[in-house]
Design a protein around this ligand. Structure first.
Ligand SMILES: Cc1cc2nc3c(=O)[nH]c(=O)nc-3n(C[C@H](O)[C@H](O)[C@H](O)COP(=O)(O)OP(=O)(O)OC[C@H]3O[C@@H](n4cnc5c(N)ncnc54)[C@H](O)[C@@H]3O)c2cc1C
Length: 389
């Protein structure tokens, strides 16, 4: 059974998926292991993703994007991540965390300048909320922006910024009124070529190693008032609104990793023999495959459902927080479950760098951590259900 049996796609969506699949399998899959090993940023293939329209797939054409819908975005991202989750991370941040935030909360001038540059793939974007002492609890961030005439002066250190080593522009969240905690956070668009900005150490990571992640530092960095995204104090609301979109991207990433791990396992289980039988004939293995397949198909329905909720929100204005959190929680835990089983099905070869299965296992883990850990997703879902804090 293929995925489209459970979730019928339009001819146009099927074509987008096929185009992304062909590109990802031809251009990305063959180099994924090499870039994972070296940890080098894959500039050439990321550039090609831009040329294919993947870096701003949902961005209207008037702002340099491909003008497609959210379902097209998740289908393409799933295929990229099936080949290599690290490439998918860069694509997801560009689309969801950078372009979506500016399209939703930015001015026309922001969209023309910053969205166009990133959606066209000419430049790379990033999103910076986390700090060394503040992750899940953004209200405790220590970086500061102080108003000074027509600009703000920014000081502080942000951590774990995906694509920071290569980004030209960053959507940044910092405190303008620390006493107000979450309500004192303001969002800005940062140009990394201006004085006062520097990059800290590049993070050595367990997985998605070819995506570049680093700290960033601000020392009396001057950001003009016109680069403020929204009003003072709206930063937390913007950060969370953007993460709703981001979580759908991470859910698609998790789905892609899970599919890759499952397909490798299915092929291995129907080929590898032990005790005179294909290992897939043993119930211990075949039931694993059944559970993997079932969870993947359930995750797919949740991911596509969240994508359609986001698409509807474009006309209704309604938030899609619940759909996004549910999809992210379930798909990321599915990716981890499936990748774990895949290593087991492959036995010793699952532990070897000669096959991609161990990479799927390492890459799957991040989907349970970034853009809100699984605990934070449960907290969001439970609060929305109970109405309690
Ligand atoms: C590879 C990578 C890339 C990243 N990219 C970005 C990026 O581009 N931009 C960005 O801003 N950030 C980024 N992050 C940061 C990421 O979003 C945070 O690491 C994540 O949100 C968790 O924050 P933390 O690491 O500070 O953990 P903490 O918040 O300190 O959490 C530690 C543990 O406590 C749990 N916990 C915390 N609060 C609660 C609670 N209320 N209830 C139950 N459990 C709780 C967490 O779930 C976790 O298990 C990235 C991280 C990684 C590893």
């Amino acid at each position: 059974m293929t995925s489209s049996d459970l979730f019928p796609l339009s001819a146009e969506h099927e074509m987008i998926r096929q185009t992304a699949r062909d590109f990802a399998q031809k251009e990305i899959a063959p180099i994924a292991a090499e870039f994972d090993e070296s940890g080098e940023f894959p500039s050439r293939t990321v550039k090609k993703m831009g040329e294919m329209g993947f870096m701003g797939i949902e961005v209207p054409e008037e702002y340099g994007g491909a003008g497609m819908d959210t379902l097209a975005y998740v289908l393409a991202l799933e295929e990229i991540c099936k080949a290599d989750a690290a490439h998918g991370t860069v694509m997801s941040v560009n689309n969801s965390l950078f372009c979506y935030g500016i399209l939703k909360y930015g001015t026309e001038a922001h969209k023309q300048k910053y969205v166009r540059a990133i959606a066209s793939g000419e430049e790379i974007g990033a999103y910076s909320l986390t700090e060394p002492m503040s992750g899940s609890d953004a209200g405790t961030m220590r970086s500061r922006a102080v108003r000074d005439g027509d600009s703000y002066i920014l000081n502080g250190r942000k951590s774990w910024v995906t694509s920071a080593p290569v980004a030209k522009y960053i959507v940044l969240f910092t405190m303008t009124a620390p006493e107000k905690k979450q309500k004192g956070i303001t969002a800005f668009i940062i140009d990394t070529d201006k004085p006062g900005f520097s990059r800290g150490k590049k993070e050595p990571k367990l997985g998605i190693r070819a995506s570049a992640t680093s700290e960033i530092l601000f020392e009396d960095y001057r950001v003009p008032v016109e680069n403020r995204l929204g009003e003072e104090g709206e930063g937390f609301k913007i950060a969370m609104g953007v993460l709703d979109a981001g979580r759908i991207g991470i859910a698609s990433q998790a789905l892609g990793i899970a599919e890759a791990a499952y397909e490798a396992s299915l092929s291995y289980a129907t080929d590898r023999e032990a005790f005179g039988a294909k290992i897939g004939e043993f119930q211990g293995i075949s039931f694993k495959l059944a559970d993997m397949k079932t969870r993947i198909e359930a995750a797919r329905l949740l991911v596509y459902n969240a994508a359609m909720a986001k698409e509807r929100s474009k006309s209704s204005g309604e938030r899609f927080t619940l759909e996004a959190s549910i999809a992210k929680l379930f798909a990321s835990e599915t990716a981890m479950f499936v990748a774990h089983a895949a290593v087991q099905i492959h036995g010793g070869m699952g532990y070897s760098k000669e096959l991609p299965v161990e990479r799927y296992f390492r890459d799957a883990k991040i989907t349970e951590i970034y853009e809100g850990t699984s605990e934070i997703q449960r907290l969001v879902i439970a609060r929305m259900e109970t109405g309690l804090r």
